[in-house]
Design a protein around this ligand. Structure first.
Ligand code: ADP
Ligand code: ADP
Length: 228
C-alpha cells in the first residue's frame, strides 16, 4: 500500500520568486524508511509541512493514506496528524510536564481513557529506553533522552507514518546513532519512517532509500543510497 503520494506538487510561498517544491512526484510505500536529503533551503521542511497540512500546495495533490489532504475538513485535521507522528530537531516537549505527562498528553487530547493511558505510557517509555525516567522534566533529561520522549509521544498512537525533521540535528554523533537505532526499530515494527536530514554519516550508515532534493526538485531517488 502507498502511504504517501505527491503528484506534481508545487509549493510557492507568497512573495517568493522560485518555488520551494517544484513539480515533485514521489510515492512512499508502507514499511519503507526514506531519507529526504539536500542542502538547507532545498524544500525538505516544506515537504513535511504539506504532509501535516500545516501548509497547502500551490498545485498538485498530496495524498496521505490515499486521502487528498487538501480536501480534509478542518475538524478532521487532528485525525490526519494522529496517523502522521512527527519529531523535530528541537524536540518540542512541553517544559512543565514530565516525560510520562508529555506522552500522556498526546493520548488525553484524543480522548483515551485514564486506564488506557496508565497502561500505554509506561509501555512506550520503556520501548524507547526511558524506564526509570518517567517522572523527569525535560530540563532534567539529556538531549538524546528528550528526543526519546518526543519519539515515544509521536509513536504512542501507532501512526501510519513517523516523520522526522532533522531529529539528530541537535545531538552529538553517538547520541544520533542511538536515536537512529530507535527509529530503525520502530520501522521494523512496520511503521513507515520519513526523515529529512543533512547528516551524511547517518545516511551512509543506514543505507536506506534516499530522495535528494535540490532547489525544490527531486534530483535522485535511490534504494540503499548514500549521501552525495
Ligand atoms: P529545507 O527544509 O530543505 O531547509 P525549506 O522547505 O525550509 O527547506 O525551504 C525551501 C525554500 O522555501 C527556501 O528557499 C526557503 O527560503 C523557502 N521558505 C520556506 N518557508 C518559507 C516561508 N514560510 N515563507 C517564504 N519562503 C519560505
Ligand atoms: P496533571 O498535573 O497535568 O493533571 P497528572 O499527574 O494527572 O498531570 O498526569 C497526567 C497523566 O500522566 C495521567 O493520565 C497519568 O496517568 C500520566 N502519568 C503521570 N505520571 C506517570 C507515570 N509515572 N507513569 C505513567 N503515567 C503517568
Amino acid at each position: 500500500a502507498t502511504v504517501i503520494t505527491l503528484d506534481r506538487v508545487t509549493k510557492t510561498y507568497p512573495k517568493s520568486r522560485r518555488p520551494a517544491l517544484d513539480d515533485v512526484n514521489v510515492n512512499v510505500e508502507k514499511g519503507e524508511f526514506v531519507f529526504f536529503i539536500g542542502p538547507s533551503g532545498s524544500g525538505k521542511s516544506t515537504f513535511i509541512r504539506l504532509l501535516l497540512k500545516e501548509d497547502t500546495a500551490t498545485s498538485g495533490q498530496v495524498l496521505v493514506a490515499g486521502k487528498d489532504v487538501a480536501t480534509i475538513r478542518p475538524w478532521k485535521v487532528p485525525q490526519l496528524r494522529r496517523s502522521v507522528g512527527c519529531v523535530f530537531q528541537d524536540f518540542r516537549l512541553l517544559p512543565n510536564k514530565t516525560a510520562a505527562e508529555n506522552v500522556a498528553f498526546a493520548l488525553e487530547v484524543i480522548g483515551k481513557t485514564r486506564s488506557v493511558i496508565r497502561r500505554v505510557v509506561p509501555e512506550v517509555l520503556s520501548l524507547v529506553g526511558l524506564e526509570g525516567k518517567e517522572n523527569r522534566y525535560p530540563h532534567e533529561l539529556s538531549g538524546g533522552e528528550q528526543q526519546r520522549v518526543a519519539v515515544a509521544r509521536a509513536f504512542v498512537n501507532r501512526p501510519l507514518v513517523l516523520l522526522a525533521d532533522e531529529p539528530t540535528g541537535n545531538l552529538d554523533p553517538d547520541t544520533s546513532i542511538e536515536i537512529m537505532r530507535l527509529l530503525d526499530r520502530i520501522n521494523r515494527t512496520g511503521t513507515t519512517v520519513v526523515m529529512a536530514t543533512h547528516d551524511s554519516n547517518i545516511v551512509n550508515q543506514m543505507r536506506r532509500r534516499v530522495v535528494e532534493l535540490d532547489r525544490g526538485r527531486i534530483i535522485r531517488d535511490q534504494a540503499r543510497g548514500v549521501y552525495g
